[in-house]
Design a protein around this ligand. Structure first.
Ligand code: NAD
Length: 516
């Protein structure tokens, strides 16, 4: 593993401060959060610390804007034009926003340009297209027996709330904000308190693109206080949450008091199955793909392939090749253009990952590489973990059952395909899975048997707005993106009307059994 030195950091006298965004205006608070670079621990920004009164103000603004019709009454094509304009603005600011993201959560700049900023722009364009093509009104059949005709309408839900984590904040916010706005809703977003900067920038860009005041609001605050108030708020009609399964359960419970619509994107423990037919010609590509599956953004992606299932016949050779390849990866400062792996998000995250590594060793797994923070002066500050490969793992170990959210893979050896599928599905999660094979037919037959919302063949992390994203089992409820994304942000209403009633028909009387 090679390492890259951090670029020169120029010291600044004053770090930028970011207020919240409520009812079309910046709103500050007396208390502030500190945003520190995960690579250097340097203070890079401060952010307003909101409380429940800010949530109440943001929800009131969203509700008033919804009821006024200032956004919901625009035509779908007018709403789509605003979303397209925001996409253009994000593209124009790609480099600047990618740098902000890299500084804030440690995403390598190369990854941030694409996944953290480029994808959200593409997502806005997808939702704009959906707004233009969605079937907002469907004719319903004329019911001759009831003398009734009508239509089925898709209407906005009202005030929608979005709560997102720190790993890919803008993308995960846009997955919710995009369809909500496309459908004419008003929105309140609560990003993670230590990674809200790109979501706050989105507020400014939506305003510049012509979104009316009050339709989009951002409150920065603690999850258990501000997030909980938003989830319980009686004027919020829908909550869309991305985060851990533990908090997802809490969200469901808090939302139940007001019977809110809930969508959840939660954790995962993705099985990644290599079949025994990989040809020598394909081997290097498959090894790289399986590393990409668990190392992207230092493993801090919910859909990562963190359980690697290798056939006994290939196991030793495959592991050796992975370890050799890991030695070529560059771990370094997120701003450096040649960095493959940056830091992990926080001290707490690093210590949690090291705790899982210790538990793997205690339970009898073997380290093929990694397992610690890298050595060197550039790693004395910040939070770093080497790419870590565990072999000799059984599916009952904690490192195989629990989400680590770091650059750690648990390699599990299998003898038969049936055994591999049984291991893959022996988990509370069902977000993602991978199958690698030189035979597409064999791979598809395995993919069909994996209980996960997304299964990739000879690839991983395929994130395209046109495909639905989400999980089965305790990985979530509902789907984001895809062709049906607006369904989650609309209510279905039937509107029927009595047709000219014939003389001999008495429909109401018949229904109630009354002889008129
Ligand atoms: P987390 O669940 O701790 O926090 C997520 C968000 O919820 C944060 O904004 C937090 O402030 C807020 N929150 C915390 N407690 C709350 C409460 N009681 N009520 C309301 N809001 C509350 O998750 P995290 O550690 O920040 O993120 C990592 C997790 O997110 C991992 O489990 C990962 O798998 C998951 N994730 C899932 C997806 C997906 O699409 N399925 C994508 C990215 C991350």
């Amino acid at each position: 593993m090679t390492t890259t030195a951090p670029p020169q950091v120029t010291s600044t006298t004053k770090v930028p401060h970011h207020p919240m965004w409520i009812n079309g205006a910046p709103v500050d608070s007396d208390e502030h959060f500190e945003i520190r670079s995960p690579a250097t621990e340097e203070l890079v920004a401060t952010v307003a610390k909101g409380d429940t009164s800010h949530i109440d103000a943001a929800v009131a603004a969203a509700k008033a804007s919804f009821e006024s019709g200032v956004w919901r009454d625009r035509t779908p094509a007018e709403r789509a034009a605003v979303l397209d304009a925001v996409a253009d603005r994000l593209d124009a600011r790609n480099e600047e926003l990618a740098q902000l993201q890299a500084m804030e959560n440690g995403a390598p700049l190369r990854v941030a340009r694409w996944a953290h900023i480029g994808l959200p722009a593409a997502q806005f364009r997808h939702f704009a297209e959906l707004a233009r093509t969605y079937q907002w009104v469907k004719p319903a059949p004329v019911l001759a027996s009831m003398s009734t005709g009508g239509m089925v309408r898709q209407e906005p839900v009202g005030v929608c709330a979005a709560i997102v984590p720190w790993n890919v904040p803008l993308q995960l916010a846009v997955n919710k904000v995009g369809p909500a706005l496309a459908a004419g809703n008003s929105v309140v977003v609560k990003p993670d308190e230590h990674a809200p900067l790109t979501v706050l920038e989105l507020a400014a860009e939506l305003e510049r693109a012509g979104l009316p005041a009050g339709v989009f609001n951002v409150v920065t605050g603690l999850g258990e206080e501000v997030g909980a108030r938003l989830t319980e708020h009686p004027d919020v009609r829908k909550i869309a949450f991305t985060g851990s399964t533990a908090v997802g359960r809490e969200i469901m419970s808090l939302a139940s008091g007001t019977v809110k619509r809930v969508t959840l994107e939660l954790g995962g423990k993705g099985p990644n199955i290599v079949l025994d037919d990989i040809s020598e010609a394909d081997m290097a590509r498959v090894v790289d793909g399986c590393l990409f599956a668990f190392l992207t953004f230092s493993g801090q992606a919910c859909e990562s392939g963190t359980r690697l299932l290798l056939p006994a016949a290939l196991h030793d050779d495959f592991v050796e090749r992975m370890v050799r390849r890991v030695a070529d990866l560059r771990i370094g400062h997120p701003m450096a253009d040649d960095t493959d792996l940056g830091p992990v998000f926080s001290r707490a995250q690093r210590d949690r990952i090291l705790g899982y590594i210790a538990s793997g060793l205690e339970e009898g797994a073997t380290l093929a590489c990694g397992g610690k923070s890298p050595a060197g002066p550039q790693f004395e500050q910040g939070f770093w973990i080497e790419p870590t490969i565990f072999t000799g793992v059984t599916n009952d170990m904690r490192i195989a059952r629990e989400e680590i959210f770091g650059p750690v893979v648990a390699v599990i050896k299998y003898e038969t395909i049936d055994e591999a599928i049984a291991i893959a599905n022996d988990t509370i999660y069902g977000l993602s899975g991978g199958v690698w094979s030189s035979s597409t037919d064999r791979a598809v037959s395995v993919a069909e048997k994996i209980d996960a919302g997304m299964v990739w063949i000879n690839d991983f992390h395929v994130l395209d707005s046109r495909y639905p994203f989400g999980g089965m089992k305790q990985s979530g409820l509902g789907r984001e993106l895809g062709p049906d994304a607006l369904d989650e942000y609309t209510e279905t209403k039937q509107v029927t009307y009595a047709l000219g009633r014939r003389e001999d028909e008495k429909p109401y009387a018949l229904l109630f059994g009354i002889d008129l």
